[in-house]
Design a protein. Sequence first.
Length: 321
Amino acid sequence: MEITYLRVSVTDKCNLKCFYCRPEGLEFFEKEKLLSFEEIAKFVRALTKYGLRKVRITGGEPLLRKDIHILVRMLKEIDGVEDVSLTTNGITLSKHAEILKKNGLDRVNVSIDSLKPELFYKMTKGNLEDVLEGLREAKRVGLEPVKVNAVVIRGMNEDEALDFVEFAREYGVEVRFIEMMPLGQGLIQWDLDMVKPLDMIKRRIEEKYGKMVPSESIGSGAAKVYELPSLGVKIGFITPISNPFCDGCSKLRLTAEGSVKLCLRTDEEIPIKDVLRYGSEEEIDEFIRQILIEKERSNMEIQKSNYAFSECRRVMTSIGG
């Protein structure tokens, strides 16, 4: 099978404390255990033989990794890699946006779960204005399209859907609503009642602004993207709970400490650090072929289980967003 998209976590550390992502008391990896930029580039280069074209840099918070712009440049120089993007919480984006753009970063996704400063702080322990400053700087330097990711949690921020639509128009960004997923259940309390099915959010938006029409967006990934003709804005919906999108998945995740995660719905991981560190090109290639076999098997097993989540002990900050 082909793998067209890789999400690369460069650190599990984060400067926010989103309650659903980074619980109290979480221990981080020691710096020595993280993959080097050279090892990450080696894996990306090897995957291009099997269709890889898009790479997304994630964390934790990837901007906490020192000299992250160097990795961006290394990835952009790999033949076959057409698109390098980054997902960030935006807290320090204003300080990094320009150097990231100069080193080849194509675009950013910025996580904003609430547009209400007090609720944003309650959910993340962060300052919303810092994020908005980073978003504005990203647009200024041309990291377009800027996309805003909002995890919708019933009883908390579900009433902000229309506010996010107006925000998309005001700031010239795309908004993507995301259903909350049951990750790290051993560390945080997750309940199906926390999930707000996004078809209800879509219906609410259409009631005010008119019918959405299917659209496309650069690097839309798992999102179903629509445009509101009345406003000229794009809205995406990512529905892992109410409407799974696993069929034909061609995505892998590389964790910061060097494991390949086949799917968010299971704990299946394949350690690859030793092969990248000590193996020959031939050994790395053979290892990747085995990963692709396992990925295809995992896709089939997930479909047989009707897309149920198994016990996924990792929290999102240690997986990579």
